[in-house]
Design a protein around this ligand. Sequence first.
Ligand SMILES: Nc1nc(O)c(N)c(N[C@@H]2O[C@H](COP(=O)(O)O)[C@@H](O)[C@H]2O)n1
Length: 297
Amino acid sequence: MNPTHSHPITSTGTSPHAPPDDSKNATSSGSWKGFLVKVIKTALPLVLGCLGAAAFSVAAPAGWAFWAGACILTGLVTTLYLGYRALSEYKIDKIPTASQTPPTPSAQNLLSAANKSGKHQAYQIYKNQYHPTLMSIPDKTGFYDKGQPLYSLTNYHKGQNPITIDGVGWPTAEHYFQCAKFKVGSSSWSTIKNNPSPDHARVHAGNHFKPHNPDCLHGGNGHAWGAEKDRVMWKTLTHKAVDDLQYRTELIGTGNSVLFENSPVDYYWGIGQNGSGQNTLGYMHMAIRDMIRRGEL
Ligand SMILES: Nc1nc(O)c(N)c(N[C@@H]2O[C@H](COP(=O)(O)O)[C@@H](O)[C@H]2O)n1
């Protein structure tokens, strides 16, 4: 087995995609009730000043005009001050905080372009070029084990923020990929989605993806899923490239190195025990890296 190589990170990428929307936590200060209360509170000193002035004019004591004027002026100045404060607060409320910023339209556009029909085939160019001679390439970089460099390239990596796909926040790429075998909201889907461990999520999916399980998509049929899984993995990785800054940064940092999933057991996504595996995940990362460099993700 070839050891996992470390690779210097030489450049960084920037995510055009903001963290998930937390707008539900926004205060009610922007609601119409809050607005009405603010208007009443602001206008109250002026109204009281006018009432005071009216009382002085009715009672008409000596020098009443001076005191009536003083009442109106005090009310007016206080109202202007409160109005100024309320307006500044209103403006601050309206500036979206980082956690309230919805995904930018450009990120959404890039993601839908990257996932147009057939785009997931982009990695084939690398599979054609390097399979099955990958192990003889000198400049290659592996990733797989936790605690080793480039763990962010594995689907088990938990980024700082969830990956948002189909409006749902996913703790890891593995969670979304495994859930894609099941009907959204079904019991199997929910169990996998909420599993704290990506490895347990994968194992649970494997144990429950069976033809007799009504929760399954593709009839719980391995061949039918096999025809879909590249497209699903591609979708997962394009969203990860937008939402997981560590992945994005470390992927770009691999330069032009040929990437491989250094899995001793997986002959489809990784290189398998003897390096003869298809390394589909490694080649997909290379295609994603190209897209980031071209500004397509
Ligand atoms: N980092 C890491 N640790 C493991 O133990 C793994 N098995 C993997 N591999 C990922 O497992 C998924 C296999 O999915 P299917 O069996 O094809 O459903 C896939 O995401 C591999 O990359 N990674």
